[in-house]
Design a protein around this ligand. Structure first.
Ligand code: GUN
Ligand code: ZN
Length: 435
């Protein structure tokens, strides 16, 4: 048994729920211990709370003293493309041109298992440096890219989800599969990896423009046979993409319908972006208990627009937070929370630090339907933790020194912090070797 000592913040409710928002504010959905502790044993959290009580409960525990650093659940990045690591921060294009100019040529390389393994390792080490312990990643159309991803995650003990990206049209030669091969390859990978250790398989049609109706149907059939898996894709990211989908699927009511028609809607479905939604789509997403993923650095970087996160959450919609590497411009969830705050400001709905931190942990875990394993400090969940130094640079330290409460103390790190703020990362009860 180990006892990690530090400041400890835990959510006791949903900081977007009406009572939290109307009552004493979103911060009332959390409990905070200035002298706190998290008790872990093996890969599991035993308890989190006040240090005195936990020291009394576990008198023989080995102590790991983090002083006034803040202990949180490890960050959960609910939408990323690990194969885009090499083209992150590519200049000047919007979605479709960005895919054709930068993304597809890079993704072409992942048929090479050695290259896929090299990038998967670099990517996972980078996200761990930033305090992210779980990612939900797209791979490429190559099965080798999926094997490389899960192998690298397994070596690091990480809980991850991922899947083979399926595309059978509107993609270059060498980057297309077929309805049948997409089904067969996905099925083999799913059988090899789903629920192996901490891995989860996500059935992954890239998005409606790059799949024929036949391919979407094949993906829907596979998901119906394996409803225990996630299904991830993209939805309504840019307006010209939405218009293109309307041309490609004249019989569909809207973009979401192109998925629903083929059995790709419901619990366990994760839709990235979801910026330009109709009222019908919003209602249907809620009704079917599907999940959305907000990707704020990507939405400003590729010029997509601003998701209505606050409204969607107030309506009870499941929403996670994500980098969308490499459409997103940063590997870390601190910068991602800052971008969510800034985009919220542009809509007139600034997110409270409690809401930002919730989205980056429990919100993403709920969107991935993994909150019984990760994303909280609940007893019995997995010991994936991030320990944040709230004074990681002189500028951040002087600002947080003036704080009157934990939210003011953590907000400068959310807005200005980077991987230097990550003091330690625990994955499955093991501390990651110091950088
Ligand atoms: N839509 C379809 N594919 C992608 C992708 O790789 N990145 C982003 N941001 N949007 C997409
Ligand atoms: Zn994406």
């Amino acid at each position: 048994t180990k006892l990690l000592l530090g400041q400890v913040l835990q959510f006791t409710g949903d900081p977007f729920a009406a009572d939290a928002v109307m009552g004493s504010g979103p911060g009332s959905a959390a409990s905070f211990e200035r002298c706190g502790a998290v008790a872990i044993k093996g890969g599991t959290i035993l308890a989190a709370g006040g240090a005195d009580a936990l020291r009394a409960a576990y008198p023989r525990a080995e102590l790991v003293d983090y002083g006034d650093a803040l202990i949180l659940p490890g960050f959960v990045d609910a939408h990323a493309h690990y194969p885009q690591t090499g083209i992150i921060a590519s200049w000047g294009k919007r979605l479709i041109d960005w895919l054709n100019s930068y993304t597809f040529p890079e993704e072409m390389k992942f048929g090479d298992p050695a290259y896929a393994a090299q990038i998967a390792a670099l990517y996972l080490d980078t996200v761990l440096d930033h305090g992210t312990t779980t990612v939900c990643s797209f791979c490429t159309i190559h099965p080798e890219s999926v094997t490389a991803f899960f192998t690298a995650a397994e070596a690091r003990g990480m809980r991850v989800a991922g899947g083979k990206t399926c595309m059978d049209r509107n993609a270059p030669d060498g980057l297309r599969d077929t309805p049948q091969s997409a089904y067969d390859d996905s099925k083999l990978l799913l059988e090899a990896w789903h629920a192996r250790g901490r891995a989860s398989y996500a059935i992954t049609p890239r998005f409606s423009p790059t799949s024929t109706p036949e391919q979407l149907s094949a993906m829907g059939a596979l998901w119906a046979e394996h409803p225990e898996c996630l299904m991830q894709t993209h939805l309504s990211e840019q307006t010209d993409e939405v218009a293109w989908v309307a041309e490609l699927f004249p019989q569909a009511r809207d973009y979401l319908d192109t998925y629903e028609m083929h059995g790709l809607l419901g619990p366990g479905a994760l839709f990235g972006h979801a910026i330009h939604l109709t009222d019908r789509e919003r209602a249907r997403l809620l009704e079917t208990d599907s999940s959305l993923v907000h990707c704020p650095t990507s939405n400003s970087f590729i010029g997509s627009g601003i998701m209505a996160v606050m409204d969607l959450r107030h309506a009870g919609q499941r929403v996670g937070l994500a980098t969308d590497t490499g459409g997103g411009s940063n590997f870390g969830m601190l910068r991602t929370m800052a971008a969510a705050y800034e985009l919220g400001q542009l809509r007139g709905t600034p997110l409270h630090p409690a809401q930002l931190l919730w989205l980056a942990t429990e919100g993403s875990a709920r969107a991935m339907r993994m909150d019984h394993h990760i994303g909280t400090l609940q007893p019995g969940t997995e010991a994936d933790l991030v320990v944040l130094d709230l004074g990681s640079t002189p500028a951040i330290a002087q600002r947080s020194a003036r704080a009157n409460d934990i939210w003011e103390a953590v907000f400068p790190t959310i807005m200005m912090g980077d991987d230097r703020a990550v003091r330690d990362v625990w994955v499955g009860g093991r501390v990651r070797a110091q950088k």
